[in-house]
Design a binder for this molecule. Structure first.
Ligand SMILES: [Mg+2]
Length: 263
């Protein structure tokens, strides 16, 4: 059993923990735990591979549903990916396999989002309007020397209908086609967790990560030295617990149950 009194920082995944669905998200749980952490002044952060919306947009959505978080309490894989792309290729040409909000962030960071090759860098995020032409153009850029950066390589996410393709299949398609290796910035990469923890100065072993994805949230966090809890409101079902590839340190029906454990 995890000793929660030792935990100095709480990190939470968003999709499958707080929210379900992208276009009109529904609240799964989270009002009580966020209120409890705020009341106790325990630092927490929401960490997400979500690559379709900005932290401001996510904070606003959560706020509307009664979960009070500030945009700077949300750490996203997109921010890190955009920052690295802009730092390495200042004012460079960027081909984006991404939706308009991510393209806007790339442009705001000084990159020039271009419609075809050549490019200095290709950035891949979840892109629900990706098609043959877009992926072929991305492959052309990479074959001509562009760096391949990706927010994450998640296989699936849950939309209103159930499982849907995430960004990983596009990353895999581009790697396969070009024989290049993408650089990944989101969960489960350990550097993502280090980055999320950095402003707080709390040791990895005193940080609890809660998520619904065994590979990205539980195994990823444990490999980065964190303590990891699994919620059953998202990707992982109770009947799958025996065959999990990583064993969570804590299992919760829903994230608000953590408020009861805090006492
Ligand atoms: Mg999730």
């Amino acid at each position: 059993m995890v000793d929660l009194t030792n935990m100095g920082l709480f990190l939470f995944d968003i999709d499958g923990v707080f929210l379900e669905g992208k276009n009109e998200p529904r609240l799964l749980s989270g009002r009580r735990i966020v209120a409890a952490l705020r009341r106790r002044r325990v630092p927490f952060r929401l960490v997400t591979n979500t690559s379709t919306h900005s932290p401001e947009h996510i904070a606003e959505t959560l706020g509307r549903l009664g979960v009070e978080v500030r945009a700077d309490q949300i750490h996203s894989a997109v921010e890190t990916t955009v920052a690295v792309a802009a730092r390495r290729f200042p004012a460079g040409r960027c081909f984006a396999v991404a939706e308009p909000p991510v393209c806007a962030l790339l442009e705001a960071a000084g990159l020039q989002v271009v419609p075809d090759a050549p490019a200095d860098v290709v950035v891949v995020a979840l892109c629900r309007n990706a098609d043959y032409q877009m992926l072929s153009a991305a492959a052309r850029c990479v074959r001509q020397g562009a760096a391949l950066l990706a927010c994450h390589r998640n296989r699936l996410w849950l939309d209103e209908k159930g499982y849907a393709l995430s960004a990983g299949p596009w990353v895999a398609a581009l790697e396969y086609a070009t024989q290049a290796q993408a650089e990944i910035f989101g969960k489960p990469v350990a550097a993502f967790y280090d980055e999320a923890r950095r402003p707080f100065g709390v040791a990895a072993a005193s940080t609890l990560m809660i998520g619904d994805d065994v590979a990205a949230d539980v195994r990823g966090a444990q490999e980065a030295g964190l303590v990891a809890g699994l919620v059953l409101t998202g990707k992982t079902r109770r009947d799958e617990l025996d065959r999990l590839s990583a064993q969570p340190d804590l299992i919760l029906e829903q994230v608000d149950d953590l408020a009861d454990l805090l006492g």
